[in-house]
Design a binder for this molecule. Structure first.
Ligand SMILES: C=C(O[C@@H]1C=C(C(=O)O)C=C[C@H]1O)C(=O)O
Length: 448
């Protein structure tokens, strides 16, 4: 099925911004209206969005193109005074992993693609903090927007102090989607197909449902993730649905899918994983072992080569940096930063479509890997491992791969994590790696 839903596409955004004194991130997010948006990336301004001036949605295999068309229509004309580039109106959102996502639990509120132009946006940039108000449709006139800007500026000045962040809610129940025996059989079956030459690599994931002792404070979790994972991409997506409590999809992912500005493209090959050591010396030893490990290097190179090939049709040059290790609080990954110069102007969503899913989260060959994932995983990935990010009026944008993530509702959450399976994969080691990749989110939920 394919559909395009847009309440205001084609209507003209009116947007005004003003520099404000810096309010606390947690206080702003707590006071935000649904749908709330967070985007925070290394070397980018952090954005907290409140409400929606416009929403665009799409389903099906053409969801990337549909969103691109809707974004172009929305941004085709406008009355925008941003004051600074970081405060300009942008659409924030993401996509489902599979073209035919079924949106079963816990993904009922998540269509194939959904982007929001926040009504009120607080932007923490290098040159200060900015408040932006944007309207689209009947109330999109400059006087109304300016009055609203004044009102919100006052409101932000007198936000209540959020106090110390809440303790994690505690995990009182957990259910795995995949029992260990089933996991072993699935990984062994994938390894056999790889040995038979039917597949090169497939990324298999698990989901973990947890019951929480208390309602989850999403603002506190996102703030803490920022402290623990400063080099990661933090995101929060909250579609407004009619069916039951508000769902929140959030995470802190180390993996950039694509950044586009002008004709310069930046992306990452990130695949191949080991743990953290107890001491700096042990960390170094683990990192060196990872860099020398044939299985992990093979798994990684499949990703780096594919990304280079996927970018080649668009690019006048593609450059891969040296393979290195990205060290995070809970794991270490093999990492190759890749840059490209485009031969012609492109919209970031064309690159998102070309790159998703990279073999870091899908596999090779892509079609066979995707059908293996569909046939093997007893749950829908929903938006897990799919692109999340933003796009602006120029068609520039920044997208990450939604890993180290969970979808929560009040006092429950579902976590997702996966691993690349190649010829030498051992099911028990891959199982352990999945558990390690739950840690960033689980650490925010469990009481120590
Ligand atoms: C699939 C995940 O991570 C991906 C798989 C990796 C691997 O197999 O080594 C490493 C980083 C990510 O590209 C996840 O975190 O869920």
């Amino acid at each position: 099925m394919e559909s395009l839903g847009s309440d205001e596409a084609g209507a003209r955004p009116v947007s005004r911004s003003v520099r404000i004194s810096k309010p606390q991130f947690r206080a702003v997010l707590r006071a935000a209206d649904a749908p709330r948006t967070v985007w925070s990336a290394p070397d980018e301004a952090t954005v907290v969005g409140s409400g929606a001036a416009a929403t665009v949605t799409a389903d099906g295999p053409n969801r990337f193109e549909r969103i691109r068309e809707a974004a172009e229509a929305l941004f085709s004309s406008g009355d925008v005074h941003a004051g600074t580039e970081a405060a300009r109106p942008r659409l924030f959102g993401g996509f489902a992993f599979h073209a035919d996502s079924v949106a079963g639990p816990p993904w009922e509120q998540f269509p194939g693609a959904r982007f929001v132009l926040p009504r009120v946006q607080v932007t923490y940039a290098d040159n200060g903090t900015w408040l932006t108000v944007t309207a689209v449709g009947p109330d999109a006139d400059p006087r109304t927007v300016e009055r609203e800007l004044d009102r919100h500026r006052e409101r932000l000045r007198s936000l209540p102090d959020p106090g110390p962040p809440a303790d994690p809610p505690g995990v009182v129940g957990r259910r795995r989607t995949t029992a260990k025996g089933d996991w072993r059989s699935s990984v062994n079956a994938a390894v056999e197909r790889i040995r038979a030459g039917d597949l090169e690599k497939v990324v298999l994931a698990q989901a973990l449902d947890v019951d929480l002792g208390d309602d989850l404070s999403v603002p506190d979790v996102l703030w803490r993730l920022g402290e623990a994972y400063p080099d990661c991409y933090r995101f929060l997506v909250e579609p407004v649905g009619d069916d039951g409590p508000q769902a929140s999809f959030f995470g802190a992912t180390p993996e950039r899918l694509v950044g586009l500005r002008g004709r310069t493209v930046e992306t990452d090959a990130l695949a191949g994983t080991t743990g953290r050591g107890e001491t700096p010396a042990e960390d170094e030893w683990l990192a060196n072992e990872l860099l020398a490990d044939e299985k992990n290097v093979h798994e990684h190179e499949l990703v780096a080569e594919t990304i280079r090939d996927q970018l080649a049709p668009f690019a006048s040059s593609v450059n891969a940096g040296a393979r290195r290790v990205k060290r995070l609080a809970t794991v270490q990954h093999l990492w190759t930063p890749i840059t490209a110069e485009l031969a012609t102007d492109e919209h970031v969503l064309s690159l998102v479509e070309a790159l998703h899913p990279t073999p870091a989260v899908g596999g090779l060959p892509p079609d066979r890997a995707l059908s293996t994932i569909r046939d093997t995983e007893p749950f829908d990935r929903g938006w897990y491992a799919a692109p999340v990010g933003w796009v602006d009026a120029a068609g520039y944008g920044s997208f990450a791969v939604a890993l180290r993530s969970a979808v929560s509702r009040e006092d429950s959450a579902t976590l997702f994590a996966g691993v690349g399976v190649v010829e030498d994969s051992d099911p028990d080691r891959e199982w352990d790696e999945v558990q390690l990749k739950y840690r960033p989110i689980l650490d925010e939920l469990e009481r120590s």
